[in-house]
Design a protein around this ligand. Structure first.
Ligand code: NAG
Length: 169
C-alpha cells in the first residue's frame, strides 16, 4: 500500500520536473521579471524571459560603475545593449522590485494616442521599454556604493525597444 502510494506520488511529481533540466531562476531574477511582466500583462503584452547573457553584461557594467564612477549613471549610447537604468543617492533603499516599480510609474506620463511622453520633464521611455512588445529577454544587475550613498540598477533588453516611429504595443 505504502509502495503503491509512493509510485503514485512519484508519478504525480514527474510532470513538474522542468524540461531539459533547466536551472531554477535566482529569486532576484524573478523579482525583476515579475515587475516587468505584470506591467506588460496590464497592456496585453507577453512576458519577458530572463537572459543570463544580458544579466552578465549588466553585472559587468554595474561593477565598472561601482569601481570607477561612484555608482553613477552609465553611458549606454555606445554600449552593445540598450536598457533602463536607475541612479539613487542618500543611501536610498532600492530593491530590484522598487527599481522596476519606479520605471513602471512613468506609465502615467505616457500618452498612448500620441505615442509620446507628456513632456521633456515627464519622461516615460523607461516605461515604454518595460512594455515594449518586441523585447523578449531581460537581464539586470544592481550595485551599491555605501561610501557615497549611491546605487545603480541597470536592465538590458533584447531586442531593445524605444525604436523611433514604432509603438511599444
Ligand atoms: C550611507 O551609509 C553609510 C553607512 O552604511 C555611511 O557611512 C555613509 O555616510 C552614508 N552616506 C550618505 C550619503 O548618507
Amino acid at each position: 500500500m505504502a509502495y503503491a502510494l509512493l509510485i503514485l506520488i512519484v508519478a504525480l511529481a514527474i510532470p513538474h520536473i522542468p524540461a531539459q533540466g533547466a536551472a531554477p531562476l535566482p529569486s532576484v531574477a524573478k523579482e525583476y521579471l515579475e515587475g516587468h511582466n505584470k506591467a506588460r500583462a496590464e497592456v496585453g503584452v507577453g512576458p519577458l524571459k530572463w537572459s543570463e547573457e544580458l544579466a552578465n553584461a549588466a553585472r559587468r557594467l554595474v561593477r565598472y560603475q561601482k569601481n570607477n564612477m561612484e555608482c553613477g549613471m552609465a553611458s549606454l549610447t555606445n554600449h552593445k545593449y540598450r536598457g533602463n537604468q536607475l541612479f539613487t543617492v542618500n543611501n536610498e533603499t532600492m530593491t530590484p522590485r522598487m527599481a522596476v516599480d519606479r520605471w513602471v510609474q512613468e506609465k502615467e506620463h505616457y500618452i498612448y494616442s500620441f505615442n509620446e511622453c507628456m513632456s521633456y520633464f515627464r519622461t516615460c521611455v523607461a516605461y515604454t521599454q518595460v512594455v515594449w512588445r518586441k523585447s523578449l529577454e531581460l537581464g539586470c544587475a544592481q550595485a551599491r556604493c555605501s561610501e557615497y550613498g549611491t546605487s545603480i540598477t541597470i536592465c538590458f533588453y533584447n531586442p531593445p525597444g524605444n525604436i523611433k516611429g514604432e509603438r511599444p504595443y
